[in-house]
Write a protein that binds this ligand. Structure first.
Ligand SMILES: OC[C@@H]1[C@@H](O)[C@H](O)[C@@H](O)c2[nH]c(CCc3ccccc3)c[n+]21
Length: 461
């Protein structure tokens, strides 16, 4: 599969008259370490992100998740905001270290109690909880035992998952094992930009493999007791060659193998992409074939996090990725440097439909960081660029449905401005503005627009 060369912003033909299904699910997403604060409260154990943020130089401005959005205390207020938006579902993550402070063994009931209160509050508000078990915040105690490099990590994760299922399944009816294993691998073990900050070509594929094994074991644990649905969330970023030159097309193939097929192929096809294996060469780990049977344990849905595309120009073959991302003439770029390219979402959805047998899909994250002006006198936050990004990407979903994609729902990233990992609080993705000096929440224009989209089931985009 390779996409033709596209430059500039492709216009997406609107499919008039194509409605969203009546049961299309409209939501918004967050993650524990990015919004909760109080990372060590009530018996919680530190995570690798608590450790990473408190390591000088790792996070912009020395920002940490010590307070964040104080969601740990303000969750009732935030549920009220979700009701004001008309959210039908809320995607959040559970901090492993709140439940098992040492990662395995003794359960911290107070940690489970917090998530039980949150889930019950969501249900009372008529909002369906969608819980992610792992959104990057590994207990630091497990990292001290090798973390995802240790083959036992799959069993540690299954033990944690089983404890959470036991307390919350039934009230939570939509589970995700992992958020973006590719980012955990690439950011945490290759680029070193994310916790735990390793830079090791040999570690990366081992981590990726153990993450996939952990996913498989958690799915199997759920099948033993769970009565609802469980899936995996991946970040997919379509790759387009900068030119028709052979070396650019080859580099595009490598980039596609490294990010997109890396996790999709084992989960849905039971084997790794051969291009990927060749890319890692001597660094590619050996493992028993039975691992692939575990990894391909069937799931109920796929979550796709889509933000942007990648135009690939060969940069002389530096491993693993041609890091040359040529600027596209006339394109709009967000504060994170990501090109606004809604066509890439359509191409990605159709790629998943055709290559992996049209699995049920939710867009579990989609959003943009643009500079927000200060809160205006009347208490408004005017964010036209974020609103336009939202509109453009929602329009694409109509086309994807018309093309036959089994698209079940959409979660905007993010409900709240929050800790954008190593960027600290400098990048704002929220539909709701957060003043981190006083924790005041203010609905942005984009949030008000999203509320109208939900109320009309996508009629007014
Ligand atoms: O960067 C915005 C969001 C994060 O805040 C979420 O926690 C994370 O799930 C998420 N994934 C992506 C796309 C993959 C990516 C992550 C980090 C850096 C570069 C690309 C964007 N985002």
């Amino acid at each position: 599969m390779s996409w033709g060369v596209r430059t500039g912003t492709a216009s997406v033909e609107r499919v008039d008259g194509m409605d969203f299904p009546d049961d299309f699910l409209w939501g918004a997403a967050t993650a524990a370490y990015q919004i909760e604060g109080s990372p060590l409260a009530d018996g919680a154990g530190a995570s690798i992100w608590h450790r990473f943020c408190h390591t000088p130089g790792m996070v912009r401005d020395g920002d940490t998740g010590d307070v964040a959005c104080d969601h740990y205390h303000r969750w009732p207020e935030d549920i009220a905001l979700m009701r004001r938006l008309g959210l039908q579902s809320y995607r959040f993550s559970i901090a492993w270290g709140r439940v098992l402070p040492q990662g395995t063994g003794a359960v911290n009931e107070a940690g489970l109690d917090f998530y039980e209160r949150l889930v019950d509050g969501l249900l009372e508000a008529g909002i369906a909880p969608n819980a992610t078990l792992y959104h990057w915040d590994l207990p630091a105690a497990l990292d001290d035992c090798g973390g995802w490099l240790n083959r036992d990590s799959a069993d540690w994760f299954a033990e944690y998952a089983e404890r959470v299922f036991r307390r919350l399944d039934g009230r939570v009816k939509m589970w995700t094992t992992l958020n973006e294993p590719w980012v955990v691998m690439d950011g945490g073990y290759l680029s070193g930009a994310l916790a735990p900050g390793h830079r090791n070509l040999y570690e990366a594929p081992i981590v990726a493999h153990n993450l996939l094994r952990a996913h498989g074991k958690a799915v199997q644990a759920y099948r033993a007791s769970g009565a609802h649905r469980i899936g995996l969330v991946v970040n997919l970023e379509p790759k387009y060659p900068a030119s028709d030159a052979l070396q650019d097309r080859a580099a595009t193939r490598r980039a596609h193998a490294y990010m997109n097929r890396h996790f999709m192929d084992p989960v849905f096809r039971g084997r790794y992409d051969e291009v990927l294996v060749q890319m890692f060469g001597a660094a590619w780990p050996s493992f028993p074939a039975s691992d692939l049977e575990l990894i391909r344990t069937p799931i109920d849905f796929l979550g796709i996090n889509y933000y942007t595309r990648n135009v690939v120009r060969d940069d002389g073959g530096r491993f693993p990725l041609p890091v040359d991302r040529p600027v596209q003439p006339g394109a709009t770029y967000s504060e994170t440097g990501w090109e606004v390219f809604p066509q890439g979402l359509l191409d990605t959805l159709n790629w998943v439909r055709t290559r992996y047998g049209n699995p049920p899909v939710y867009i579990t994250e989609n959003g943009s960081a643009f500079y927000d002006p200060p809160v205006a006198q009347g208490g408004a936050v005017h964010d036209p660029l974020r609103m336009h990004y939202l509109r453009q990407h929602l329009r694409v979903l109509r086309q994807a449905i018309a093309d036959g994609c089994d698209l079940r729902g959409y979660y905007a990233w993010s409900l709240l401005d929050n800790l954008e990992w190593a960027h600290g609080y400098s990048k704002r993705f929220g539909l709701v503005h957060v003043d981190f000096q006083n924790q005041r929440r203010t609905l942005k224009d984009s949030g008000a627009h999203y509320a109208r989209v939900i109320a009309s089931n996508g009629q007014c985009l």
